[in-house]
Design a protein around this ligand. Structure first.
Ligand code: NAD
Length: 551
């Protein structure tokens, strides 16, 4: 135990969690609200659940509609439609979405290009006003949007509400940055001749493509789009085909906030057509992609053609946690359980491998297994359920393959099966799984699985654990548990990851928040070394012009 710290709390059942509801003095649009972040541990607030129930009702009233793409502020129909069904229950049809084509993507790019002079010529202060309005609309509709997200991707209540509010806060943060830097227009020095005036001005590039993943369907759409837009770029946005509904909601809110036609265009459709057009079209000036390494790295390599253009790719992770023999094991087990299984391991920051010093390995595994058994799996719309389904059949197949390998080559300590009890048989529910007994070189310690599956291995030293942690192409997040300050410093000095946490009960590797924990990956996890929700992010949507004018 660290001196001066209270005793670890009694094990917190994930179903009756313990929270840090923080009031939101700076962001509340009209009345004081609760801010739900990913580090919010408890869900025992009656008011919150009353509001969420009302959000579910509003959300249900919107299901089953037909949605167009939106180009230059006008609906455009695409080539037929695709259905968006809930992973909770395959018979729950969320909506029919126009299937965008290459031509739709081309039209959207042309619309964005036409809108660029007007938008980039709008004073940045006016852009900030519109984007802050969008952020406030998002916060006002947090419950309804959270309910739709729970239905669309299977997040539990707090995770869904966190994703919605993070979107608003990312947009606000980029607006804050613009204000703090006076619109990124600064006077420079001279060499003694006062007749020479030089300014450094950051200017937008033009048209950006925003391509987003299914797992943070709002925050990783609205966040990057918000950065591009406040900087004066126009946007063509392609949501994940697993989450087009939250995408259209973002479009509707930006339109309602008053963005002019053509500034933000929405084209849903397959990566192979709409996505490919966005990466191949010469009229795209920059691209911001969040998703898998496989897609993101190809995009990164192919995007430069006649000359370099900015490309921000945020990709996968295989995030390690290290548990020292000097750790508070209960705290470590809680943090790992939350980070490995929160949203079914489908966060890029999910903890999927754990290296534990040998003397405490068995005790740690027992604590982790106990906490995992307490997880309440079920319909994530229900207040009592902490863990919902995984996104689709492909994810279930990945889970089943991993479990099969673990059973053959190691031990499955807990979990390891599909869950089909009662209504759960209608969705993609799998048991959170802890495995041991695999060599650290095993592919289950190397490949991103993106399912609720964590592998644990003993190590002989912290140095060995750090080496194993770094022996991965990925470098997104990492966690460490130790009461020894020297060990903590060694970890901080040597770990190769963009986001690191020490002794964090709320999540060993997960739960960043804009303006608090900048979020971005190293190595195969990200291309720029600049993190979302951080000090250097929004500048990536701008290019510097040095302007010297002599009297
Ligand atoms: P994905 O790569 O399958 O899809 C991401 C987006 O790319 C989707 O909109 C998809 O339609 C589109 N796409 C697919 N093929 C394309 C192509 N050829 N050209 C252009 N676009 C194409 O990823 P996913 O399954 O939606 O999301 C999960 C992945 O995202 C995981 O690997 C996760 O680690 C990663 N992720 C990373 C971060 C981060 O910040 N580093 C955050 C969230 C998710």
């Amino acid at each position: 135990m660290r001196p001066g710290r209270p005793n670890p709390r009694a094990p917190t059942a994930p179903t009756e969690p313990a929270t840090t509801y923080e009031a939101t003095p700076m962001t509340a649009p009209s009345s004081p609200r609760l801010k739900i972040t990913y580090a919010t541990l408890r869900n025992d607030n009656e008011e919150l659940h009353r509001l969420f129930e009302a959000g579910i009702e509003k959300a249900r009233a919107q299901l089953g509609k037909h949605y167009s793409n939106h180009i230059n502020g006008q609906p455009q129909h695409g080539e037929g439609e695709f259905e968006d069904r809930s992973p909770i229950d395959d018979s729950l049809l969320l909506g029919h979405f126009a299937k965008g084509t290459r031509q739709d993507a081309k039209d959207a790019i042309a619309a964005a290009r036409a809108a660029f002079p007007g938008w980039s010529g709008t004073p940045w202060q006016e852009r900030v006003v519109l984007l802050r309005k969008a952020a406030d609309l998002i916060s006002e509709r947090q419950m309804e949007l959270g309910a739709l997200m729970a239905m669309e991707v299977g997040k539990n209540r707090l995770e869904a509400l966190g994703d919605v509010e993070e979107t608003a806060d990312l947009i606000r943060y980029y607006c804050d940055q613009f204000e703090a830097h006076d619109g990124f227009d600064h006077r420079m020095g001279n060499l003694g001749d006062d007749a020479v005036h030089t300014r450094s001005v950051l200017k937008p590039h033009g048209v950006w493509a925003v391509i987003s993943p299914f797992n943070f369907p709002f925050a990783l759409s609205g966040g990057p789009a918000g950065g591009a837009l406040v900087a004066g770029n126009t946007v063509v946005f392609k949501p994940s085909s697993d989450a087009p509904l939250l995408g259209i909601k973002l479009y509707e809110i930006l339109a309602e906030a008053g963005l002019p036609n053509g500034v933000f265009n929405y084209v849903a459709g397959p990566g192979e057509t709409v996505g490919s057009e966005l990466q191949e079209n010469d009229d795209i000036d920059g691209i911001v992609f969040t998703g898998s390494f496989e897609v993101g790295f190809e995009l990164y390599k192919s995007f430069a053609r006649d000359y370099p253009r900015p490309v921000i790719v945020e990709m996968g992770g295989k995030n390690p946690t290290i548990v020292s023999r000097k750790a508070d094991l209960e705290e470590a087990a809680e943090g790992v359980m939350r980070a490995a299984f929160g949203f079914g391991g489908q966060k890029c920051s999910a903890n999927s491998r754990v290296y534990v010093e040998r003397p405490v390995h068995d005790e740690f595994v027992k604590l982790l297994a106990d906490k995992t058994r307490q997880i309440k799996l079920g319909d994530p719309l229900g207040r009592e359920n902490w863990l919902g389904p995984i996104i689709n059949r492909k994810a279930m197949a990945r889970y089943e393959n991993a479990v099969g390998e673990a059973k053959r080559e190691g031990q499955v300590v807990v979990g390891g099966e599909r869950v089909t009890d009662g209504e759960l048989g209608k969705g993609h529910f799998v048991a959170p799984t802890v495995v041991t007994g695999l060599p650290p070189s095993h592919r289950l310690f190397r490949d991103e699985l993106f399912v609720p599956f964590v592998a644990v291995a003993p190590v002989d030293s912290i140095d060995e654990a750090i080496e194993l942690s770094n022996d991965s192409p990925y470098g997104l997040t990492a966690g460490f548990y130790s009461e020894d300050q020297e060990e903590v410093q060694r970890f901080l000095d040597r770990i190769e990851a963009g986001v690191v946490y020490v002794n964090r009960r709320a999540g060993a590797t997960t739960g960043a928040w804009p303006g608090i924990q900048p979020f971005g990956g190293w190595k195969a996890s990200g291309s720029t070394g600049k993190a979302g929700g951080g000090l250097y992010y929004v500048q990536q949507f701008l290019r510097e012009q040095s302007q010297t004018v002599v009297d």
